[in-house]
Write a protein that binds this ligand. Structure first.
Ligand code: GDP
Ligand code: MG
Length: 456
């Protein structure tokens, strides 16, 4: 995310921290570089100017210049100002005191509305909610179909009508949600390539009729200042309650994220980080600022882990780990969990201190696939009793999985190493304290209830 901005900003700040003492001239020079980095990232020029003014004013003060590590202080000032700029994060979705909470999702065509509606529904469903998706984009017949397919994938019902006008459809959908006790209604509205009056009139009519609790604008972060401009125009008509920036996983430069709050006064609520239904993150200004400065983002890391890991599977694995009966099948299940977490590089970027070191590095995610392929080529008995894996079996497995015997050997070695380590931890009681019921607290609550958590 924002790799080049992050790189040029950290470079400029590293130069400042590298010097022991700083003069006002050094600082102003550093600020010029910061300004260039922000402008290159397509941040709105006025936002950049205000930002630089504020940071400079704080940075050239005596307190900073005379301090022991002035560079570090400036990094802190930049970070604090970035957090300010990005705005308050973590504003939970409004909740209607009675009846369903209605969320209207608007935006230009192709910005990611339909995908984001499904992502929101999945998120609410995971948290124990009962969302209803509404296909209110009747512009293109394919749009209704698209939402239906997504709804099916995530197991959330979709309300649609063969004909009819979207404001009426939305009204009836909300009524149905009330009757069927759904607690959230997510309206996927139509978009156009450009803002035009008919489109606005339609979305406005929907808003007037259903009185949504949230009006969220979906903006494509890749379109930079255009996204910010569209947010301004939509807000003038609709009174937005927040913005969702999508395609943050692509090579968006950062301009939209850093400008939208200052220019429109609207808060970023969520960010879309991929095409899959799970790729929606709550927006944290603090974490985002840290990420931009290559310092990692612990909060998002923990949240991401909690949403990606299957609690039932994790509980089962934990039981097996504690019982010393771990076999290759468990190992494979563990690899699958790891794979579900998505790109390893994305993950490691969230780890504080690693972000800046990862640039330009490529992780070999094929390795995980390879291990899995090798285990797939084993017989059930071999998986359950890895000790039977003699050289001829290993050779067979290698050719079956299209790998080399050395790779099979490496996997077996890793597995044995892990088992040995676990044994040591089990003896010292470390494993139990690490993996007690508390370790799973808060992970996807709904599923956790279903899996019978054993008592220790
Ligand atoms: N990489 C990436 N693609 C996204 C994201 N959100 C949406 N998309 C893609 O953007 C395209 C348009 O999305 P869609 O939801 O149909 O947009 P709509 O016209 O606003 O409803 C689709 O190909 C989506 O898969 C995201 O966060 N990251
Ligand atoms: Mg759509």
């Amino acid at each position: 995310m924002f790799e080049s901005l992050s790189e040029s900003l950290t470079k400029a700040l590293d130069r400042l921290t590298a010097r022991g003492r700083l003069t006002e001239v050094n600082i102003r020079e550093g600020m010029r570089e910061v300004r260039r980095a922000l402008l290159e990232a397509d941040v709105h020029y006025k936002v950049v100017k205000d930002f630089i003014d504020r940071v400079t004013e704080k940075a050239v003060g005596d307190e900073v210049i005379k301090s022991i590590r002035p560079g570090q202080q400036i990094v802190k000032i930049v970070k604090d100002e970035l957090v300010q700029l990005l705005g308050p994060g973590r504003i939970p979705l409004a909740k209607s005191p009675s009846g369903p909470t209605v969320i209207l999702v608007a935006g230009l065509q192709g910005s990611g509305k339909t995908t984001t509606c499904a992502k929101l529904a999945k998120m609410l469903d995971r948290k124990g909610g009962q969302p209803l998706l509404v296909a209110a984009d009747t512009q293109r017949p394919a749009a209704v179909e698209q939402l239906k397919v997504l709804g099916e994938q995530i197991g959330v019902p979709v309300y649609s009508e063969p004909g009819g006008r979207p404001p009426r459809i939305c009204e009836r959908a909300v009524r149905q949600a009330k009757e069927t006790d759904r607690d959230y209604v997510i309206l996927d509205t139509a978009g156009r390539l450009h803002i035009d009056e008919r489109l606005m009139a339609e979305v406005k009519e929907i808003a007037d009729r259903v009185e949504p609790h949230e009006v969220l604008l979906v903006c494509d972060a890749m379109t930079g200042q255009d996204a910010v401009q569209s947010a301004k125009e939509f807000d003038a008509q609709l009174s937005l309650t927040g913005v969702i920036l999508t395609k943050m996983d692509g090579d968006a430069r950062g301009g939209a994220a850093l400008s939208v709050r200052a220019v429109t006064g609207k808060v970023i609520r969520y960010i879309g980080t991929g095409e899959k239904a799970a790729a929606l993150e709550e927006f944290h200004a603090e974490g985002m600022a840290s990420r931009i400065l290559g310092m990692g983002d612990v909060v998002s890391l923990v949240e991401k882990a909690q949403s990606a890991i299957d609690v039932e599977e994790a509980t089962r694995l934990r039981d097996r780990l504690l019982a010393d009966t771990l076999n290759m099948e468990d190992f494979r299940a563990q690899l699958r969990q790891l794979r579900k977490l998505g790109s390893l590089k994305d993950w490691l970027g969230l780890v504080p201190g690693l972000g800046s070191q990862l640039k330009g590095m490529d992780f070999d995610e094929k390795e995980i696939w390879k291990f899995e392929a090798i285990i797939n080529s084993m017989t059930p008995r071999e998986r359950r009793q890895p000790d039977v894996l003699n050289p001829s079996r290993r050779a067979r497995i290698a050719s079956g999985s299209g790998t080399q015997v050395v790779e099979v050997n490496r996997l077996v070695k890793e597995f044995k190493h892990m088992k040995k380590m676990l044994k040591g931890m089990r003896k010292s009681g470390a494993l139990e304290s690490m993996m007690g019921p508390g370790a799973l607290k808060g992970m996807g609550k709904k599923k956790a209830k279903k899996s019978k958590l054993r008592r220790w």
